[in-house]
Design a protein around this ligand. Structure first.
Ligand code: PGA
Length: 250
């Protein structure tokens, strides 16, 4: 079975609950249910309830959180667990997003523990991988992406690896207006696809590998049609309901 393309909106630290309600009112009018694609919103955790309420009639739209802690519970001020995220309605969690790695210093070992925690709580991890500009220029793209992929999946069994989502987000393309060329994205996606097969076999054949990094309404079609690209993870262009509806309808 070919999985449906996934269109994921990463709102980062944007939109209050009030903004989210206004956004969803416009977006839902512009995006009628389409059975051939999956739409996921990653709002800030505090806004999740407002988005969840707005989509209660729309089972076709799913929710995720942008981060979790790997422990079940305890003295971790400021953190949220996988279980409480799941209970609040999040089926997915972003793990190892570039901003977590490069702004907050998140390490490969943490992505490993977060993917495991997500799985324990019945959530699907969306493991984000991607190279920095200097790593690309040194020809290290594949090595960086493979290291991050192996680390993130290291404590998962093959069946779990087969049900997760990977997002390739070159760091130099995120929020910069510089998008990877579809063929460059395709080449890295193929490397990821081969490694997934080595880690977990045939069951990863249709694992969605999303592209992220300055995707927008103008380049979405070319990116989504590139070989091995199974969807888009969109930041900036998902903040405005008309633009996001255009992308999701691609
Ligand atoms: P961007 O962000 O679309 O604004 O480049 C993508 C992401 O960080 O997931």
């Amino acid at each position: 079975m070919i999985r449906k393309p996934v269109f994921a909106a990463n709102w980062k630290m944007n939109h209050t609950s009030r903004d989210a309600k206004t956004f969803m009112r416009t977006f839902l009018m512009q995006y009628a249910r389409r059975p051939d694609r999956t739409v996921v919103f990653f709002p800030p955790a505090l806004t999740l309830a407002a988005v969840s309420d707005a989509i209660k009639e729309r089972q076709d739209i799913l929710l995720g959180v942008q981060n979790i802690h790997w422990e079940l519970k305890g003295a971790f001020t400021g953190e949220q667990s996988a279980e409480m995220s799941r209970e609040a309605g999040a089926a997915f969690v972003l793990v190892g997003h570039s901003e977590r790695r490069h702004v907050f210093g998140e390490k490969d070992e943490e992505t490993q523990k977060k993917c495991a925690a997500a799985n324990r709580a019945g959530m699907t991890p969306v493991l984000c991988v991607g190279e920095k500009l200097e790593e690309r220029e040194r020809g290290e793209t594949d090595a960086v992406v493979l290291r991050q992929l192996r680390a993130g999946t290291a404590s998962l069994d093959p069946a779990t690896i087969g049900s997760m989502i990977i997002a390739y987000e070159p760091v130099w393309a995120i929020g910069t207006g510089k998008t990877a060329q579809p063929e460059d994205a395709s080449a890295v996606h193929a490397v990821i696809r081969r490694e997934l097969a080595a880690l977990a076999g045939e069951r990863t054949k249709d694992t969605p590998i999303l592209y992220g990094g300055s995707a927008n309404a103008g380049n979405a079609a070319a990116l989504i049609n590139a070989a091995n690209v199974g969807g888009l993870l969109v930041g900036g262009a998902s903040l405005e309901p008309e633009a996001w509806a255009t992308i999701v309808r691609t």
